[in-house]
Design a protein around this ligand. Structure first.
Ligand SMILES: Cc1cc2nc3c(=O)[nH]c(=O)nc-3n(C[C@H](O)[C@H](O)[C@H](O)COP(=O)(O)OP(=O)(O)OC[C@H]3O[C@@H](n4cnc5c(N)ncnc54)[C@H](O)[C@@H]3O)c2cc1C
Length: 363
């Protein structure tokens, strides 16, 4: 019944929303997508697209146009313990360094080209579940309110905040900026443990590097909201990070956002399908968030076409559950002053440790 109406409304134009829009519009659906920001818009993210996401670009026949954005191919990752000790691991499958400004614009352009109607800057203020959910929208330019219905509403707002029972916030924040003139490898994601938090530096297009960290809200508060000062303290605490950023220049503003971390819920409101970080959110250490968001969109569109939406939560659970445990464990180990160097010693001496760690993170 739902599938026959072929009319969908998507909230949020991140990777999850745009991939859903592309797939539905390409198969003849009437798609309306609402996005609160004007694009290009930036976003807190480590900006490394995993192979999961790259495979979806390939299935969408978008690899050539993605390559024209000049993403940086990343073939290895280097982990630095809190004491600066390091271990290098080849990535079984490449990841890609690409700014969110470029990548999200690229996917949104493709959604439009595929026939989706994009309403922007328009915010969904309220979502009322039901057989045909009601969606209250506010145009942020004119402040005009409108109410819409659609047989299928895909919620891809990146946080599930419009769900009747929104996920709890954590006490951690994600922060991100861009640097130029970062010394070191241009084909590696470097991850740094820094006494109870961690983050990464990775090259992206146009000779820039992304720096994204997960840090406790208390650290930001201790610096009265001055993220530059909080970051300087982080850099001071890891010698390898200090060396890497010596001579580098920050060329972007700091972005900060509360870090979501929650498992797939099995109780979705009637008529509403959560996608991407509205469905579940991982510790970002594995750089899988965009790939999983895109994959959840692909699974949702397959389920809609096949009339099996009722099984989607089970598929999502499989997608996120194993990674959620392993990413949390790796984040804890990397950021522990007691365990990070010790874990690296084990990884160095045990030949299976690295392949197993890569595999549980879905690499
Ligand atoms: C510190 C950090 C580092 C990370 N590093 C990586 C990494 O290296 N690689 C990776 O793959 N992932 C990484 N992630 C995770 C990744 O950023 C997310 O998993 C991904 O963005 C989720 O995509 P999404 O489409 O679900 O949501 P989002 O990308 O958050 O998109 C949601 C969209 O919805 C819009 N929106 C929200 N509310 C409304 C509303 N009410 N009405 C209309 N529009 C709305 C927003 O403006 C936004 O454009 C990282 C995350 C953090 C915090």
């Amino acid at each position: 019944m739902m599938g026959l109406m072929r009319d969908a409304l998507i909230i949020g134009a991140g990777p999850a929303g745009s991939v859903a829009a592309i797939l539905l519009a390409r198969s003849g659906w009437q798609v309306r997508m609402v996005e609160q920001h004007r694009f290009p818009r930036d976003k807190v993210c480590g900006e490394c697209l995993s192979n999961t996401g790259f495979q979806i670009l390939s299935r969408l026949n978008l690899v050539d146009s993605f390559r024209s954005l000049r993403p940086i191919e990343l073939r290895r990752t280097i982990l630095y313990a809190t004491n600066g000790e390091s271990i290098e691991m080849p990535l079984p499958r490449s990841m890609w360094g690409i700014s969110r400004v470029a990548f999200d614009q690229f996917l949104l352009d493709e959604a439009r080209r595929s026939g989706a109607m994009v309403l922007q800057p328009v915010r969904c203020e309220k979502l009322i579940p039901g057989q045909s959910p009601r969606v209250c929208l506010r145009n942020l330019e004119t402040n005009e309110w409108t109410e819409h219905t659609a047989p299928i509403v895909l919620l891809a707002d990146g946080k599930g905040s419009l769900l009747p029972d929104p996920p709890q916030k954590t006490s951690d924040f994600g922060i991100k900026t861009h640097f130029e003139k970062v010394s070191g490898a241009r084909d590696a994601i470097e991850m740094f443990g820094v006494h109870d938090h961690y983050g990464g530096v990775a090259p992206i297009e146009q000779n820039r590097a992304n720096a994204a960290f997960s840090i406790p809200a208390a650290l930001i508060a201790a610096h009265r909201g001055n993220i530059d000062a909080a970051f300087n303290q982080i850099v001071d605490r890891n010698d390898a990070l200090k060396r890497r950023l010596k001579g580098a220049r920050r060329i972007g503003p700091w972005l900060a956002a509360p870090l979501p971390r929650f498992a797939v819920s099995r109780a979705w409101p009637e008529g509403i399908i959560p996608l991407g970080n509205s469905a579940a959110a991982l510790e970002p250490v594995g750089g899988e968030g965009m790939g999983l968001a895109m994959r959840s969109a692909e699974l949702a569109v397959e389920a809609i076409a096949g009339g099996s939406v009722h099984r989607l939560a089970t598929h999502f659970d499989k997608l996120w559950r194993a990674r959620s445990f392993s990413c949390r464990a790796i984040a804890k180990l990397l950021s522990s002053s007691t365990w990070s160097a010790f874990t690296m010693d084990i990884a160095r001496t045990c030949p299976f440790a690295i392949p197993v760690a890569m595999s549980v993170m879905g690499k």
